[in-house]
Design a protein around this ligand. Structure first.
Ligand code: ZN
Length: 437
């Protein structure tokens, strides 16, 4: 037996009782956690590798529940103007997006996430097999969904061609230990009823998740009210596609009836506070959803919408925005917010049996936060330090599936300078294309 150990830190388990272990240690065998507790337990093992947390926080990696990682190639493009997606993004995607852009953009985004303590991300885009390959090569855990939409798209000559690509993606990646393939109908308003039902059936038959933008846009709400006299969530219930395979991104517009349906059908919700704020959308009623038992995780959205892929930054934003929204500082405690970034996020993407907390039997997705920094000392409350104090740069170690992918801030599974250079090259081509627009 060969064991690894992470020791000399405070273990924030994020288990159901919120156990925190001072002078803690986590023992890993292969891809799994086989023991954790006080450092005294280390005496029972012989270790092939010992990782010293140097008094920092040892915790489960963060979960980025929604995004389009390859859109990092468009980061900071066409900011702060009306209709930026229609004016810049969609035409550029139609003209330029190809396997190479998707792959290089994904590598940049995955590097950023690994360096920021994210150990699982959920992605939906075109040529999604390239995202899967990049994640696999870089040792990152991901749910990858091929986009299905009612029009032609960068990788689809026909409407709904994405279903065919999604099936191929599922066939290729099903059973992989890092990659979970998925179907990703773009949104409630860009897929018709028949296709949403078909996608739902495929997901049940092949036992894969469904990723979709839900209740995000004002025009989406008015469309469903006008045509069906229903909210988008009620409409999805009405056509029978709400279930525990669905991971609904955004859910900005929702009321009591929607909360009840989301909770009843065990739909995961991913709140994208930074992207929503930047788009000037209303505040998603996250606190209300949590009170009604809806599983709400956090997502950055794509790097054109939320700009960074930093989940630690979202912790601070979600807490403050909810407190402002409800004019109440007691709303969303720091512990609840860290749960949203870890175990609750894992529940929202239906992966909590495997990841999201440090517990015996779970996969070893573990990070270390260095706390010897002026912005983090002293610490009376670990959750509060993480939510209101920590930066992604404070993450100094990351292990995914038992393999070290980042140590002392160095990415071990990719050549970061090369990755950045490749995306800069792409950005020059995008700039040249914009001059002609
Ligand atoms: Zn999105």
């Amino acid at each position: 037996m060969s064991y690894k150990c992470i020791y000399n830190g405070v273990v924030l388990t994020m288990n159901a009782s919120g156990e925190i272990i001072e002078n803690g240690a986590v023992v890993i065998e292969g891809a799994r956690i086989v023991a954790l507790g006080n450092e005294a337990l280390m005496g029972g093992y012989e270790f092939e590798e010992m990782i010293d947390a140097r008094g920092g926080i040892i915790m489960p990696g963060f979960i980025n529940g929604h995004g389009h990682v390859s859109m990092s190639v468009f980061r900071t493009l066409g900011e702060d103007v009306p209709n930026r997606l229609q004016r810049f993004l969609f035409p550029l995607e139609d003209r330029l997006i190809c396997e190479n852009y998707v792959r290089k953009g994904a590598m940049l985004g995955i590097a950023e996430m690994i360096l920021g303590g994210v150990t699982t991300f959920v992605d939906m885009y075109y040529f999604e097999d390239e995202v899967a390959k990049a994640a696999k090569e870089m040792g990152m855990r991901a749910i990858v969904g091929e986009t299905i939409i009612d029009r032609i798209a960068p990788d689809a000559q026909l409407p709904y061609e994405g279903i065919m690509h999604a099936k191929a993606l599922i066939e290729k990646w099903r059973g992989d230990d890092l990659i979970t393939p998925a179907l990703a109908p773009h949104a409630t308003y860009s897929n018709d009823e028949a296709h949403l039902k078909e996608i739902c059936e495929i997901s049940k038959e092949l036992d894969v998740p469904v990723l979709m933008h839900v209740s995000e846009m004002a025009y989406e709400i008015s469309k469903f009210r006008e045509v069906y006299q229903l909210s988008p969530v009620q409409y999805l219930d009405h056509i029978g596609v709400l279930n525990n395979k669905l991971i609904a991104a955004h859910v900005v517009y929702a009321d009591e009836a929607d909360f009840a349906l989301l909770a009843k059908h065990d739909v995961g919700v991913v709140h994208c506070v930074a992207a929503n704020a930047k788009s000037g959308r209303p505040v998603s009623p996250v606190n209300e959803m949590l009170k009604r038992g809806v599983k709400v995780g956090l997502g950055t959205d794509g790097p054109m919408s939320g700009n960074t892929l930093d989940v630690i930054g979202l912790l601070d934003q979600v807490a403050k925005v909810q407190k402002i929204n409800e004019k109440d500082n007691t709303v969303l405690t720091a512990r609840e917010v860290v749960e949203m970034g870890t175990i609750l996020g894992a529940k929202a993407i239906h992966m909590d049996a495997k990841v999201g907390s440090l517990e015996v039997g779970k996969l070893a997705d573990v990070i270390i936060i260095d706390t010897i920094a002026p912005h983090l000392q002293p610490i009376y409350d670990y959750y509060s330090a993480l939510v209101y104090g920590a930066y992604p740069q404070d993450v100094v170690f990351s292990m995914i599936h038992g393999k070290t992918v980042m140590q002392d801030r160095k990415l071990l599974t990719g050549d970061l300078p090369q990755i950045i250079k490749a995306v800069q090259k792409i950005s020059k081509k995008i700039k040249a294309e914009m001059v002609e627009m």
